[in-house]
Design a protein. Structure first.
Length: 345
């Protein structure tokens, strides 16, 4: 980490609003903050960090690669040149990601070995509230019969019915990090019982805590099961047929983790058979979700395009994190949200 009085080159590689760029520039006089929106992808929506690549001229490409070569810090990965980033940016010492789930990405590209001097920091915590709000929205939509309400409105049909409510229902959280903790807070406010499993002991967050080895003991108690764990070898397809069969009939599953955490074929079968009451899915084994997937046509399934973490306030929150980490970096302190490249989270 840099304690010198030398200039520190910071290159912003994905779209950021001018006011946030200025906040970064104001952190310290030693920072040379470069932001060239003419050379990076344009956003398709608020807080889009992975827009389509721009068609740069040869001159522009040379200019951009020169900036990469001089950069000590990157705000976000250069996704367009991800395969050759280590070679293009030999002076890098730190990359601040705009996503929390970067472990598989860093591992797949072998960045830890190809860039051994580089620290990777995640955007952990930035997306906790939007994701927790999505969980609450999904539960309310499911138990209040929102799909029926929309269908009845479309068909001009007036037919009374009874939904249900969430009080005293049990929500099971697989993963009790920042997202799971925020879900727990919201769920308690609705009068739900909160139970959960995690690799670290966090009993104060939940009414009942289970270690990962005891997941199968927890599942039969879950009216709602929420997945928030990172995708690592230990969590791949951790929810399969056996686990789904252990859930109560009519349980509701919410996946805001990664698609590969669930055996999607087993999930589809559980939904078709009626063993599972419904699901809210933001992530899938293959993205975009193929048009032929039966999930599209299931009336008890909510589908969102890996977007429930995204908020128009996201860049504000990421900039808050980045500014704090910049101050830490310049003073030689430990950075927040450092990726453990071996554990992949």
């Amino acid at each position: 980490m840099n304690k010198s009085t030398d200039k520190v080159n910071v290159l912003i590689t994905s779209y950021l609003e001018p006011e946030h760029v200025e906040r970064i520039r104001q952190v310290d006089a030693r920072l040379e903050v470069i932001y060239r929106p003419d050379l990076i992808p344009s956003p398709r929506y608020a807080a889009d960090h992975t827009g389509p690549a721009k068609d740069l001229s040869d001159k522009q490409e040379i200019e951009w690669r020169k900036l990469l070569n001089e950069a000590e810090i990157l705000f976000d990965f250069d996704f367009q040149r991800k395969e050759i980033l280590p070679e293009l940016a030999p002076n890098l010492r730190w990359i601040q990601a705009t996503s929390a789930g970067i472990g598989q990405f860093v591992n797949r590209l072998n960045y830890a070995e190809r860039m051994p001097e580089v620290i990777f920091t995640m955007a952990s915590g930035v997306h906790a509230r939007p994701l927790a709000e999505y969980v609450i929205m999904s539960m309310i939509m499911h138990y209040k019969g929102f799909m029926r309400i929309i269908e009845d409105k479309r068909n001009h049909r007036w037919e009374r019915y009874a939904g249900t409510d969430l009080e005293n229902r049990t929500i099971g959280l697989v993963g009790l990090g920042r997202i799971g903790s925020q879900v727990a807070i919201f769920a308690r406010a609705l009068g739900m019982k909160v139970i959960g499993t995690n690799s670290k002991l966090v009993e104060n967050i939940v009414d009942e805590f289970y270690d990962p080895a005891s997941l199968k003991d927890m599942l039969p108690k879950c009216d709602v099961l929420v997945l928030t764990v990172p995708h690592i070898p230990e969590t791949e397809k951790m929810i399969g047929k056996i686990e789904l069969d252990l859930l109560p009939n009519d349980a509701f599953l919410i996946n805001i983790a990664r698609g590969m955490v669930v055996d999607e074929d087993a999930l589809i079968e559980a939904l078709k058979s009626g063993m599972l009451g419904g699901a809210a899915l933001d992530v899938f084994a293959e993205e975009p979700l193929p048009e032929a997937s039966p999930l599209w046509d299931m009336p008890n399934v909510l589908i969102s395009p890996h977007s429930t973490s995204t908020s128009d306030r996201e860049n504000l929150r990421i900039t808050d994190l980045f500014v704090d980490n910049l101050q830490r970096y310049l003073s030689g302190q430990q950075l927040r949200n450092v990726l453990n490249v071996k554990l992949m989270y």
